[in-house]
Structures are given as C-alpha cells and as structure tokens.
Ligand binder design. Structure first.
Ligand SMILES: *Cc1c(COP(=O)(O)O)cnc(C)c1O
Length: 378
C-alpha cells in the first residue's frame, strides 16, 4: 500500500465500539482497573494513552518500524534518544545540523560526559577519521538544514553495521512519504512533527520510530521514565495532519520546483539550493533513493540589504521560523534558526548574511512567485 493511503488510514479502525472514523481524544490522566492486578492495557497517560498510541502506531507503520513514540516536541524526542548513551560515549554528527540539536548536544549533554564530533558525514573518510573507541552512534539529518544536502544512508549504514554503531536519522525535512530511513539501514528515525507531519503550523510535536523490538523496549523505558510525552489533543492534531501528508507534499514540491527555477533566473539572486534542480550535487542520488526532493529552498541574494527587504516586504510569505506547514514561511538562518551554531562552523557551512530559507506552502505557485518578485524588486 502506498504511504499516502496508509497515512489517511491512521486511526480509522481504532474505535470498534462506536465506529468513529476519527480517533477520539482520550483526555484522561488515568484509567480504571477492571480488577486487582488487571489492566485494560492503559493505566496512566504518561505510560500510555490511546490517542497518543494511535499516532505512535501510525508513524511506526508509515516508517516500517517496530514501534513509534510521540513526544512533546522534536527536541524532547532527541533528548530522550540521547538517554540511550552513557558517560564516555561519543557520537559522530553531521555538521550541517539544526541549531537546536547542536545546542542540546554542546550545551547540555556534553556536561554529562557525552562527546560529539561534527563532520561532513557525506565524506566517508571524514567519518572514518572521527571514529574513536568510544563511538556509539552516527547522527545525521536526511536532508540538512538549511543547505539541503542529502545523506547517503546506505553508505553510512554499512559503516555502522561493521562497527555496531547506531545510525540515527532526523528525517524531518522528508517524512516517510519521501524517504524511509529504516529501509535504508538506519536504526532510529526522528521527526519534528511540528513541521510536515502535522503540517499546519499549529502544533509542536516530536516522533521517533525504531527498527527493532529490543530498541523499542529501551526507548519506551525512557519515554515513560522521563515523561516528555505528547498530550492527547496534540496527538490528535498530528494524526489529522498526517492524513493529508501526501497531497500537501505533492503540492509543496511542485510549487518548490517552480519557485527554485524562477529564483535561479532572477538577477538579484546569487545562488539557489534545491535538490530538485539538476545542478544540485545530490540530485541524482536523491532521485535514486528518495521519492521526491522536498519543499525547502535556500537561496542567496546579492547583498545583505536585500535580506531585510525580502523578509519585510513579502506579504503572502510570512517571516517566521519553522517550516513544513501549509503556509509559506521565510527566515534568515544566520540570525534566526542557526544562531547557536559556532560562527566559524556557520561560515564553513555557508550560512552567511545573504542566505534566506524558504519553506514552500500549498498556495498557488504563481502568487508566491509574484510575492517574491515584489519583495526583491521593491
Ligand atoms: C524543528 C526541528 C527540530 C526540533 O523540533 P521541535 O519540534 O521544534 O522541538 C529538530 N530537527 C529538525 C531538522 C528541525 O527542523
């Protein structure tokens, strides 16, 4: 069955008693026991809640994982996963990383004895060189933020298998609709479901899927022990978002390609990063491994003055952080999303003072292009 069909089916058959098509919101903290030492399968909503579980089962199915987990945010999901490691463990991390993840690693978990080495994970010799006896995992973003490099999970997973390392993939930018990391050898997939999965810029949520029941038990232990779980209302909103994932992404990708081609020809635009463009270095590999190129575009304008002009003069496209929703958003990574990345790393990556990041929504592409033209040429 196609992912888009599976996505629509999420939760459809949960309520066999009433036949409710939408899964109910089980807004309860606790559950009555039917007898001494007996349980309905639910005891307390931190440990398990039917609405949350519908979402967790749904994402596990979409990703082909043994089990799914829902958290209060993408960051809560990543923080929970880091509890799989102990003091002295080392992780190799892709250098082109979401700023919040970088902050969590360097400012919090490094205080508890975990260490992180940032490398260009597309360069297997750089990854090899970073390995230490304490290395336990490789952490990548499948499509990176903001410069849209596509990870080679197949190559990384064979290296991980040789050395019994965990391969953890943040698949926020692609979702299972475009890529299923577990199929390509990842052990754990992470989502900020705030983005494409919920899809309407109205919910903050995080999801995790794992490949094996053994990993599922370990992750569940931490989810329940720490308790950064997603509430029933937000679980329900995320389920509702997931149902339209396919149609939203189809439209968003179609729009993104048109906009990227238009930007490329504009005299005030210096450079466009979109993997759907043939000249993008990962275009061919992505065509082979993924079902699409996503709907995030980064582009450089000719000078810094144009940055502020574009951010403030677009009318349809909102100047706001976040991404992946039906409304188009634009942001300035150097100051907004990537401020916590050390300046020298930012410079090496190419996150500079003329780079803008556009999350393309489901509006009409011509209207979005007109909006950008007006802002650029104002
Ligand atoms: C937004 C984002 C996160 C963090 O998720 P939140 O839901 O904001 O906590 C992690 N990784 C990537 C790639 C993101 O875009």
């Amino acid at each position: 069955m196609h992912i888009s069909t599976q996505a629509v089916q999420t939760g459809l058959e949960w309520d066999t008693r009433t036949g409710s098509v939408a899964v109910p919101i089980y807004q309860t903290a606790t559950f009555r026991h039917p007898g001494l030492g007996r349980s309905t399968g639910y005891d307390y909503s931190r440990s398990g809640n039917p609405t949350r579980q519908t979402l967790e089962d749904g994402i596990a199915r979409l990703d082909g994982g043994a089990r799914g987990f829902a958290y209060a945010s993408g960051m809560a999901a990543i923080a929970n996963l880091l509890l799989l490691f102990k003091s002295g463990d080392h992780l190799i991390v892709t250098e082109d990383l979401y700023g919040g993840t970088c902050r969590l690693f360097d400012k919090i978990f490094s205080q508890y004895g975990l260490s992180f080495t940032y490398v260009d994970t597309s360069d297997s010799s750089a990854v090899q060189a970073a390995l230490t006896p304490g290395t336990k995992a490789i952490f990548v973003e499948t499509l990176t933020n903001p410069l849209l490099k596509f990870a080679d999970l197949t190559a990384l997973s064979s290296l991980c298998r040789e050395r019994s390392l965990l391969l953890i993939a943040d698949n926020t930018f692609l979702t299972p609709y475009l890529l299923r990391p577990l199929d390509l050898g990842a052990d754990i997939t992470i989502y900020s479901a705030t983005k494409y999965l919920s899809g309407h810029n109205d919910t903050v949520a995080g999801l995790v899927t794992v490949k094996t029941p053994e990993l599922a038990d370990r992750v569940y232990f931490h989810q329940n022990a720490v308790g950064a779980v997603l509430g029933p209302q937000d679980s329900w909103l995320t389920i509702r978002g997931i149902k339209t994932l396919g149609v939203r992404l189809d439209r968003q990708q179609e729009n993104a390609l048109k906009i990227a081609r238009w930007l490329k020809c504009h005299p005030l635009v210096r450079k466009v990063f979109y993997p759907g463009l043939e000249e993008h270095p990962d275009h061919e590999r992505m065509k082979r491994d993924a079902r699409g190129f996503g709907a995030m575009i980064a582009f450089e304008v000719l000078n810094h003055a144009l940055v502020e002009q574009v951010l403030l003069k677009t009318k349809l496209i909102s100047f706001a952080e976040s991404l992946g929703g039906v409304e188009s958003l634009i942001t300035f990574p150097e100051v907004q999303t990537h401020a916590d990345i050390p300046p020298e790393l930012r410079a090496r990556l190419g996150i500079n003072n003329v780079l803008l990041r556009l999350s393309v929504g489901i509006e009409d592409a011509d209207d979005l292009i007109e909006d950008l033209r007006f802002a650029l040429e104002a």
